[in-house]
Write a protein that binds this ligand. Sequence first.
Ligand code: NDP
Length: 441
Amino acid sequence: MSDTVTSRISGFHKLPLQERLKELARMFHFTPAELVQLQGSDGLEPALANQMIENAIGTFSLPLGVGLNLQVNDRDYIVPMVVEEPSVVAAVSVASKIVREAGGFTAEADESMMIGQIQVTRYGDPTEASQKILDAREDILALANSFHPQMVRRGGGAKDLEVRVLPPPEGPRGEPLLIVHLIIDTQEAMGANMVNTAAEGVAPLIEQLTGGKVYLRILSNLADRRLARAMCRIPLALLEDFGMPGEVIAEGIAQASRFAQADPYRAATHNKGVMNGIDSVAIATGQDWRAIEAGAHAFACRDGQYRPLSSWFLEEGHLVGRIELPLALGTVGGPIKIHAGVQMALRLLRTQSARELAMVFAAVGLAQNFAALRALGSVGIQKGHMAMHARSVAVTAGARGIWVEKVANLLVLAGHVKVEKAREILASLPAEEAAAATGTG
Ligand code: NDP
């Protein structure tokens, strides 16, 4: 199958929705039942939703699209993306097309090492208590692993232990914080439940060793032992666009990167763009996107100032982009194996492991960021954005079917993308056309 799959599907965005599905069905040999699952038309069963969360009353839909043209480490990926914001899917596709011509993204990801934190209090002397814990390292790791025998058989489990003494937040008269970190290889799982079980499981032994009292026992979402990195290197000639030479576009992108590096106000928006891409594929593939968000932003602050997750610079006639961030992802656990839509999204993506998934996520984040900076550093984003925003404005005003596009085009031509203007356009149509345009005919 892998030989028949390409993420470069020319003209895909111009096809009607059903034709797009047919195109994917041809490529992936999907059955009609699988296509229904992909399309989400019979959605998540309410009974299943009721098992997933508390007080369930139903389900809630969002658009699913596919980011195209992505190539990472010489492999093609069709990227399932769930997002309500226009232009996110287009941005990933446009950026990936340019990077593809430059040889694609290269990416790598660390092993699935998660951190479990155990907070020890009333332990007496911090140096002595730390030493007692470190001396019992092997016993603590063995106890942690006793809760996950299967995981150990897979080659994962608790691998290391660290003790951190942190200054008391209330000043020198307070007790320093004594924090034990359990480093656990969670393999194909995001690992929160596994880490929490291990942290809770070893707490009594740590209390016994130190004579102290343990309070919190939980994973850290700052998963900085589980980083993913992606990179691209684009010859300047490939950047020529908007009637501007590649050098000028590249300079705009590099300047945008400098701005974000120096200014947290800009870095926040820069990283929001990165996460537009990452969150969309995270939701489609059943990942805990709050955990990913928490990890990304904490990592962005690691040197004390909030900084961009990606950077861009010019090097020997090329624009070079890099991204690095924690990505605690799973191919098992949470809703992944029980949600049919997630399973179909993972089939489209064709990743074989949590690490490969992390590499694709990192590349998607960098692609999204590239598209945003390319526009921001040159013509601005409103031109492209407004064309797409105009469609939702047309829908809000009541346009339906082919009239959404027609009204959107008229709004852009008028240079006035507002619901009031769209209503005015619809109202100006002859009665019969107006009825067809608003689906009331
Ligand atoms: P689960 O506990 O749902 O599932 C992981 C389990 O899958 C493992 O414990 C393992 O069980 C089994 N498994 C089967 N094959 C493999 C394999 N190849 N590699 C690894 N495990 C395998 O999920 P997680 O522990 O990943 O926890 C994720 C969930 O926790 C998410 O839903 C998240 O929202 C939630 N969560 C997040 C928190 C946070 O981020 N702060 C806090 C609390 C929960 P076995 O070894 O027994 O086979």
